[in-house]
Design a protein around this ligand. Structure first.
Ligand SMILES: [Zn+2]
Length: 182
């Protein structure tokens, strides 16, 4: 039986197996499904509450598994450079009202960052590792770097601009922080 519980808007699905165990056992399988076994005597409400209480642990464990997955490039080199240029120009156009001179684009190896913005020289550098990232993640990084032409730090004011063009940036940023790239 598949059941669902909700914590702060996040749905946690789990598979409930009734069997002769002492109380409740829970494990997270490598395919990231949550499996709970409980004795037939334990009421459903009690099991749901049990899973809810463990929800932080479950979500952390799933994130942990995910970050260990080996990342694969999502595009060919050609597709990747096309995509970058397309989004770069798209974001540049969205920032038109701010009159930013068209920045020079560099795509290069960067070890610990997805991108950087040299607002003095007018250069945006993007990491070659973005080839592991989804289109919305790439879009976010480009928006982020363009926003640095307006605000040079990561203040509230900065993210106000980012969110104007990328309203979902918090989730995207969180997902990118969990990616491990070697
Ligand atoms: Zn930044």
């Amino acid at each position: 039986m598949i059941r669902e519980v909700e914590k702060n808007g996040i749905i946690i699905k789990y598979e409930l197996v009734r069997k002769r165990v002492k109380n409740i056992n829970m494990r997270i399988k490598p395919d990231l499904t949550v499996s709970v076994s409980a004795s037939p005597r334990v009421p459903l409400k009690y099991i749901d509450d049990f899973v809810l209480k463990k929800s932080d642990f479950i979500l952390d464990a799933i994130d942990g598994y995910k970050s260990k997955e080996k990342l694969k490039p999502l595009y060919t080199a050609e597709e990747f450079s096309e995509l970058i240029v397309r989004y770069y120009n798209e974001v540049y156009n969205s920032f038109r009202e701010y009159n930013i001179p068209y920045p020079k684009l560099k795509i290069k190896k960067m070890s610990s960052r997805w991108g950087s913005c040299n607002y003095v020289k007018g250069i945006i550098a993007l990491s070659v590792n973005l080839i592991y990232c989804t289109e919305e993640q790439i879009y976010y990084v480009i928006v982020h770097e363009f926003s640095h032409f307006l605000v040079h730090n990561h203040s509230r004011e900065f993210y106000d601009i980012v969110s104007k063009f990328c309203p979902d940036y918090k989730r995207i940023r969180r997902e990118m922080n969990q990616m491990v790239i070697k």
